[in-house]
Design a binder for this molecule. Structure first.
Ligand SMILES: [Zn+2]
Length: 76
C-alpha cells in the first residue's frame, strides 16, 4: 500500500521535473539570446527591428516603398 503511493509520488515528481526542465529550456533563449537589433531607415529615420527591415547595399529601410524612394533619389 505505502510502496505504491511512494511510487506514484515519485512518478509525479519525475513528470513535474521533466515539465519544469522543458519550460526552463524554452525560457532561456528568449531571456538572453534574443537581442532585438534595431536598424535605422535610411529614408525616414525610423528604427525597425532587423527581421522586419528591408536591406539593400548595407542600408536598411522600414518599408519596401522607402527603399524604392531612397534609391530613386540617390542612385543617380
Ligand atoms: Zn522609412
Amino acid at each position: 500500500m505505502g510502496l505504491i503511493r511512494l511510487i506514484i509520488i515519485a512518478a509525479l515528481i519525475y513528470l513535474a521535473w521533466r515539465v519544469i526542465k522543458r519550460l526552463l529550456a524554452q525560457a532561456r533563449p528568449t531571456d538572453s539570446g534574443n537581442p532585438q537589433i534595431m536598424v535605422k531607415c535610411a529614408q525616414c529615420g525610423v528604427h525597425v527591428p532587423t527581421p522586419e527591415a528591408f536591406s539593400h547595399n548595407g542600408l536598411h529601410f522600414c518599408t519596401q516603398e522607402h527603399q524604392r524612394q531612397y534609391l530613386e533619389h540617390h542612385d543617380r
